[in-house]
Every structure is written in C-alpha cells, then in structure tokens.
Write a protein that binds this ligand. Structure first.
Ligand code: B16
Ligand code: MG
Length: 219
C-alpha cells in the first residue's frame, strides 16, 4: 500500500526551468558557446555542475577549465538564477498541484521534496508551501545526484517508509531514472516519448489525482 509521495520540484511543483535555462544561456553566451534545443534537453533536471559540464562538453571545452574556474562559472549562473528566483510567488505553482497536495493531506499521505536543486528550500518558501513540505532532502547528505537513486532513496528514508510504499514524481529523464533505480514506482510528467522509462505517464500536472494514479497503476 502506498503511503508516501516523493516530489521533484522544478517542473512538477513549479516551473522554474525557464529561469534555469535563461541563466545558463547567459553563461554559454559569455563563453561563446552556441545554445541548442538538444543541449537544453540534456541538462534539464541535472544538477549545477553536471549541467555546466554538459554545456562545456557540447563545445568540446570541458578540459579547458580548472575545477575552480568551473565552480566560479556555476556560482555566476546561480547568482543570475537567484535574481530571477526573487520574483517567484504562489502564482508560480503549476496547475493541479495545490488540489493534489490537499487531497494527499486529507488522505494522510506523507510528502517530501526530492529535488536536485540546492535552491529547493528557498523556492518552497517563496511558493508558501512550507506547511506541506517541512521535509526537503538535504543534498549535503547524499553522495550522487540524479540519475543515481540517492535523492529518492533518501526521501523515502526521511519519511520512514520502504521504497515499495512510495511513489516518485519527476519531469526529467534523469529524475525518472533516479526513482526507478531506488525501486520506487515512477510517475513521469511530460512527453511520454521522452519519459518512456516511467511506470506511469501523465502529460500535465493537471492529471495528478489519486483516482488517475489508481487507474494508471502498472499491472
Ligand atoms: P540548482 P529539480 C533541478 O531541480 C532543475 O531541474 C535543474 O535545471 C537544475 O540545474 C538543478 O535542479 C540544480 O539546481 O542550481 O538550483 O542547485 O527538477 O530536481 O527540482
Ligand atoms: Mg524537475
């Protein structure tokens, strides 16, 4: 029996992907690296340093930077992102999410944020969702970010449930891989062709209801 729901943040609770992408684009521009839609898909949901590596790699420049230089670039991206983040507010909560959170609360499900983002606590505050999510996986306590199982495995552990009593929801390929690797039933929200590894697929956050999940449950 499912007792816990593990939520990705960006792309599920709120859509800050446009902000992330815009911030990375500015960095790519400064480095003279051309932006593409393939590059955009490749970095969606990946953590900061992995995203930067993918951007540098796309231009064959990965080995031209020292670790310190890369950290400085990642910090610069985060500074740009944080300025955009300051404007985030409850109107940025994705459609259907508020009612889904209420439905889960009324039915006594345990909930937690399993995000790859170091900015997750600040975003939850900006969205005024702290009462639903007093628990957020602390990235300092995990070894490997998505697609490794660590983030979702830690999330289940933090709500004191075994993986088989949880479902995980994510919008990125690496996120779905992380959920699957942790032995948790995965819900992928977005293009089902891109997220074909998910156990259950929904096109939009609007479809997230207990009834729809029950109907789509893998046999
Ligand atoms: P930060 P999620 C991810 O959040 C974003 O989707 C991804 O674009 C971002 O690079 C990553 O967090 C790291 O974010 O730079 O704020 O630590 O989808 O896992 O909630
Ligand atoms: Mg995401």
């Amino acid at each position: 029996k499912i007792k816990g729901v593990l939520f990705d943040l960006n792309g599920i609770i709120t859509d800050s992907w446009a902000y992330h992408s815009q911030s990375w684009r500015e960095i790519a521009n400064q480095l003279g690296i051309q932006w593409s839609s393939d590059l955009e898909e490749a970095i969606k949901g990946r953590d900061r340093i992995d995203s930067l590596d993918a951007i540098l790699d796309s231009a064959g420049k990965k080995d031209q930077f020292t670790r310190q230089q890369k950290e400085a670039l990642a910090d610069k991206k985060n500074d740009i992102y944080q300025t955009m983040l300051d404007k985030m507010n409850p109107s940025d909560i994705l459609p259907g999410i508020q009612s889904f959170l209420d439905e889960l609360t009324q039915n006594n499900y345990r909930m937690i944020i399993a995000s790859a983002s170091a900015n997750a606590p600040k975003e939850i505050q900006k969205l005024k969702l702290e009462s639903y999510f007093p628990l957020i996986v602390d990235l300092k306590q995990i070894k490997h970010n998505k697609p490794a199982p660590d983030v979702f495995a830690k999330a289940a552990e933090m709500i004191h449930l075994p993986p088989e009593a949880c479902i995980g929801i994510d919008d990125g390929i690496v996120g779905v891989e992380s959920i699957n690797a942790a032995g948790i039933v995965s819900i992928g929200v977005g293009d089902p062709q891109i997220l074909h590894e998910a156990d259950i697929n929904f096109q939009s956050t609007r479809e997230l209801t207990l009834k729809n999940i029950r109907q789509a449950w893998p046999k």
